[in-house]
Each structure stands twice: as C-alpha cells, then as structure tokens.
Design a protein around this ligand. Structure first.
Ligand SMILES: Nc1nc2c(ncn2[C@@H]2O[C@H](COP(=O)(O)OP(=O)(O)O)[C@@H](O)[C@H]2O)c(=O)[nH]1
Ligand SMILES: [Mg+2]
Length: 324
C-alpha cells in the first residue's frame, strides 16, 4: 500500500504508474487513505494537483455515452490534448449499454501515450464509490489535460458526478420524453450541456432538441438559473462532436477567466467530504466532532493546505462504529 508513486513517471503519463495511482484511490485497506493524502500533498507541492479540466458525461443506459466519450476523446487528441477517461460502471444496472473499452473502440490502433482509460465497477454501493471517484478524478485531472467521466444517471445522480467535474453533459436520445419530464418536474438537475445524441436516426432528434430548448427556457425564467447549451450529435458519425468540444473548451476558459474554478472545486470538495463523513459516522459522529460548522471548518482547512496531507476529518472524540 505504501510503496510511493513515482511522481516523475506519473507526470510523464506512464500508464502503469497512472494505473497504480488509481488503484490507490480504490483501496480501502488501512493506511490507504494516508497514502492517498501523501500523493495529493506531493502533487500540490509541485503545483499539478487537479489542474486539468474535468467533464462528466451522464444519462440513461444505451443513449450513447460511451460512444460519445470516445468521440470527444478523439477530438481532444486531435487538438493534441492528453485525455484520461474514467467509466463508472454500475454493475447493478444491467442494460443495453456497453462498457467503455469493451464494445466501444476508443483507442487507436497504435498505442497512444496521451490517452488513458479506466473502468470502475460500483458494485451497487449507495452513493457510488464515495471515496474512489473523487480521488480518481483528482488523480486523472492532475496527470491529463482533459478528464472525461462516464456515469449512468437520470434523476438524482447516484454517483455524485456533479461534484467531481467542472462541466456536466446530460446525454439523451430522440424520442425519450423521460429527461424532459424529469427536468420539468425538477427531479433532475439542469446540466451544463444537454446533448441529444443519435441525431442521425431521424427528425425526432430535431423535435427533441426544440422541445428541450423550450422547456429549459421556461425553467430558466422560473428559477433564474443559467440555461444549458443544447445541441444534437451523432456520436457514431461524429456529427456535432466538434461543436460540443468547442462548447466545452469555451466553458473551461470562461470558468478560468472568471476565477470560478477554484471556488467550484472547493465547494464540491466540502459537499463530498461532508456527505462522506455523514455516511461513515452518521449524526452521532457529527455531534462527536462538535457539529457541522466545526466539521466544515476542518474539511476546508485540510483542503486549503493540501501539502500538509492532513486527515480530512477531525478526530472523533468518542469511538464510533462506521456505518451508523
Ligand atoms: N444510430 C446511432 N447509434 C448510436 C449513436 N451513439 C451510440 N449509438 C449506439 O447505441 C448503443 C449504445 O451506445 P453506448 O455508447 O454503449 O451507450 P451508453 O450505454 O450510454 O454508454 C450502441 O449500439 C451504439 O453503437 C449514434 O449517434 N447514432
Ligand atoms: Mg456506457
């Protein structure tokens, strides 16, 4: 567990080293948490901690998320950007969708040192890999210029992908009124980008797109939230993918120029860690550390001093069994 990760090799995107770092994110043995904090501390010291942009691709099974992720990854590579891909596979959801790197061919014939793909099985855990996914996203985001994360999800996001990426893409397919209904009912959070994929299929796609635009316009005026970009793609033929990547890149530049990325990542981290603490120790644990104000302060302090490799949580003053 404690064998150190060779940072020079990690920075050089040596795939075996990246894989080992990701294993560390998915390790729950004693000492693994400390090893992970030590890794982040080293990344923070050299200024590469989470510097890359992260994009989440979410939506119901079978809409073409994996195919789209592969297409976006290719478009990034054409722009000479290095890409890490994390496909979160909820093994509990058996459906028509293919697992990335399985049916969907993402990698070119020649091995590409600038492209890394990893799948993670969630084994149906509540909250979906509460520790692993954020840590894996942070590692990939420190090594690659762009990180893509595929998760299944409609309605409330089981995998908290919103809190590990800078930009959320919701993918739907023509003729599926579900997403529209979810959005209207407020069950589903409004994504940053809405993609109607499989637009090669028929003009259903066009209709879906205009219906969505209308619904979102209504939502925008009702809630005064920013309307997402809506566009049609065919992940299979590649149509619309360049425009999607332009939208993603523009959003990345915008977040950076308005100095919003740092605060966004910090707020995400606080939410994730507070939820994780509550899952681990429950309300009684919260009382034991002196309430949520104290917990948040501690989490924020640890986050603001990553180079100190501090424990993310205050020490519990009474012993609690995890899983309360
Ligand atoms: N016609 C058409 N089929 C697509 C498109 N994108 C994906 N598919 C197909 O839809 C099926 C599910 O795709 P997949 O990427 O595995 O979906 P996921 O479950 O959302 O990851 C596969 O058979 C794909 O080949 C598209 O743009 N057009
Ligand atoms: Mg898939």
């Amino acid at each position: 567990v404690n064998r150190p990760i060779d940072l020079a090799r990690l920075r050089a995107r040596d795939k075996a080293t990246v894989a080992r770092a990701l294993d560390r994110a998915d390790d729950s043995r004693p000492g693994a948490e400390e090893a992970l904090l030590a890794l982040f501390a080293e990344l923070a010291r050299e200024g590469t901690d989470g510097t890359g942009a992260r994009v989440g691709v979410t939506g119901p099974p079978g809409v073409g998320k994996s195919t789209l992720v592969a297409a976006i990854a290719r478009a990034y590579r054409q722009r000479d950007l290095s890409v890490g891909v994390l496909a979160i596979d909820p093994s509990s959801v058996r459906s028509g969708g293919a697992l990335l790197g399985d049916r969907v061919r993402i990698a070119p014939d020649i091995p590409d040192p600038g492209l890394f793909v990893r799948s993670l099985a969630t084994r149906g855990e509540a909250g979906g890999l509460a520790r692993t996914v954020p840590a894996a996203a942070r590692i990939l985001g420190s090594v690659y210029e762009r990180t893509l994360i595929e998760t299944v999800g409609v309605g409330q996001n089981e995998t908290d992908v919103r809190d590990v990426v800078d930009t959320v893409i919701l993918v739907i397919q023509p003729g599926s009124g579900d997403a529209l209904q979810f959005l209207k009912a407020g069950i589903m959070e409004v994504p940053d980008v809405l993609v109607v994929n499989k637009s090669d299929q028929d003009e259903l796609a066009r209709r879906a797109e205009s219906e969505l635009k209308m619904a979102l316009h209504a939502l925008e005026s009702a809630r005064m939230s920013t309307a997402p970009s809506v566009l049609r793609t065919s992940a299979q033929s590649g149509q619309g993918v360049d425009e999607l990547v332009r939208i993603l890149e523009a959003r990345g530049r915008d977040l950076a120029e308005r100095k919003q990325l740092g605060p966004l990542r910090r707020a995400q981290h606080l939410r994730l860690e507070e939820r994780r603490f509550l899952r681990l120790y429950g309300e009684r644990g919260l009382q034991a550390v002196g309430g949520s104000g104290r917990l948040r302060g501690w989490i924020a302090d640890a986050f603001d001093r990553p180079d100190e490799a501090r424990s993310p949580f205050p020490r519990l003053s009474i012993r609690e069994e995890p899983g309360a």
